[in-house]
Design a binder for this molecule. Sequence first.
Ligand code: ADP
Ligand code: ZN
Length: 436
Amino acid sequence: MRVYSPEDIEYLDRRALEAVQLLRLKKVIAVALATPFYKERLGNVGIRHPEDLECMEDLRKVPFTTKDDLRDTYPYGLLAVDKDEVVRMHASSGTTGKPTVIYYDKEDLSRWTGLTFRSLRACGCRRSDVFQNMMTYGLFTGGLGLHYGAEEAEMFVIPSSGGNTRRQLQLMKDFGTTVVHATPSYMLHLWSQMDEAGVKKRDLKLRKALIGAEPHSEDLRRKIEKLFGIDAYNSYGLSEMNGPSVAFECTEKNGMHLWEDAYRIEIVDKDTLEPVADGEVGELVLTNLIRHASPILRYRTKDLTRIMPGSCPCGRTAVRVDRMMGRTDDMLIINGVNVFPSQIEDVVMKVPEAGNNYRIVVKKNGTLDVLTVELEVGPDILSDDTRDLYALRGRLTEALKASISIKPVVEFHEPGQLPVQEGKAIRVVDERGNLY
Ligand code: ADP
Ligand code: ZN
């Protein structure tokens, strides 16, 4: 077979891309069969050998893998290579419970680096860029994941890791940082600390932010872009699929290219688990085609998205997925009504007076659920006539009610009053306990 260069694999036609996928899938099936877990799962559906899969469609015979499967096989149940081959482990951040562990051998890491390198190039990063990586280094994949891609791209890398906002700003100023990698919520926090840190917008050379690791709306992206006067690119990944660079926006900023030569994508109905119609929203299911130490087949990410129609003007052939609309397990049921936090963010971020942070709190009042949206607002509006504040509260309450069919309580806070996380933002506080 012809050896593809990292450059032209991004532009393969669909047939050639599927051929690459099938070849890689067979290798992954072969290693997966080395684990008792997949040997049994695959055996149950008559797959005992990689050649039992003849085309990519055959992958649909394979049962789904869930986060619970990863937890149940902790720590080594899904390790498919000799322990001596493992050169690194990572763990998911544990947003939804006990963390899950992923192993990488040397080639796994180099293939992942190839993807992070490719993603940085796709969003217009250059060798001359100064790249400050504000994602936490450690078990979380956000830090080290992009680090090696940036080194591969020969960027000037500042591995500043998460937190310590004053130092981050100082580094940005002193070293002329042109690209940062951070969560969207941290970008807003960074902005809110500039005055106090004595750093002005004109002191910075920033031109791009790569934002990911947590859901955010288009309006929040625009807000970050406007505040800093930069371009912000959406970056999606999860540790089960290596980490960052599963899907990344190119300079078109219109959906994220999901690197299909490395990850087989399916979008399924979250209840029936059947494929949805083209372009419909459903749960993202991914098969890692490039990792051998921890093979994971048909992983139910719980993330909701859709495949965007048409092809991208940039010429890359990997499909584009829309920004994540939340996780299936994010959904709140409030007095019987389904509400996704992303619906609330969509409304809140459209309010010009909105500050840099907000929170959704759900409590019980007797038998009823009460939804409170806490929002930081600028100091101007708080010191203005209270009638303005009442009017704003009225507008926001109505807009939220129109979107989510529930009338929330809206509370305003001064800038900096709501808690800020170093890693992923915690937007939802559900204080109802298990009262269902
Ligand atoms: P955990 O599941 O413990 O949070 P990870 O640290 O691997 O584990 O986080 C992966 C999850 O983070 C994804 O499944 C998704 O829900 C969320 N995520 C990552 N990037 C994005 C993004 N760009 N937009 C929305 N959500 C994202
Ligand atoms: Zn593109």
